[in-house]
Design a protein around this ligand. Structure first.
Ligand code: SF4
Ligand code: SF4
Ligand code: FES
Length: 202
């Protein structure tokens, strides 16, 4: 077992665990957006930042991809971390301003609006990649991916046309942290959601 400190409490983790895994195991709250235990972590959103301190020295690391190590001193809720999270959420408010989930999370950090330019007021997707990872790693299909580049980058089926590869399992909708996949899924499946009949019980 590896012993270290989180918020001045001694904790123990198995080798290979991340700081986030350990923190959640012990009930410390760290906000995440691009992380889900079912899929490979990507470290994309940086919202899960924590501060590692050693005397006067400190650095910020993404807890969902940072492996535990003997004797590290982790802080999950310092002023420096809160500033970074506010900055990230302000950027997300400009990138996916229509997401109620992002608005609610930003409000928890005292943010109601963003200083950054809003390109598309209807955008909900933060391009976290959870939907594509769950489709590929859990469902085993890779029916969706990121399409296009730069500011035009979006999630969808190849050429943004409906695909028979999608089996309409809904895993991508369930895992999406911003609700964006809900409105995209009909464009991915051949069969619109309204035409799918729920299975009848025997
Ligand atoms: S649709 Fe949802 S899960 Fe997929 S990239 Fe966008 S925000 Fe992430
Ligand atoms: S609903 Fe389709 S795109 Fe979404 S995870 Fe399932 S197979 Fe993949
Ligand atoms: S949750 Fe760790 S980087 Fe997104």
């Amino acid at each position: 077992m590896i012993t270290f400190q989180i918020d001045n409490h001694t904790v123990q983790a198995k080798a290979g665990w991340t700081v986030l895994e350990t923190a959640r195991h012990y009930g410390f709250e760290i906000p995440t957006l691009c992380h889900h235990e079912a899929v490979t972590p990507s470290g994309a959103c940086r919202l899960c930042m924590v501060e590692l301190r050693d005397g006067d020295w400190s650095k910020l690391v993404a807890s969902c991809i940072y492996p535990v190590a003997e004797g590290i001193n982790v802080h999950t809720d310092t002023e420096r971390i809160r500033n970074v999270r506010r900055w990230i959420l302000e950027m997300l408010l400009s990138e996916c301003p229509a997401s109620k989930q992002i608005q609610d999370l930003a409000a928890r950090y005292g943010l109601k609006q963003t200083r950054f330019a809003i390109e598309n007021p209807d955008e909900e997707c933060m391009l976290c990649g959870l939907c594509t990872r769950v489709c590929e790693e859990v469902v085993g299909l890779a029916a969706i991916s990121t399409v296009d580049r730069g500011v035009h980058k979006k999630v969808g089926a190849p050429f943004l046309r409906p695909t028979e590869v999608c089996v309409a399992c809904g895993c991508c909708v369930t895992i999406c942290p911003t609700n964006a996949m809900q409105s995209r899924i009909d464009a991915v499946r051949r069969v619109p959601a309204t035409a799918v009949t729920a299975p009848t019980s025997k």
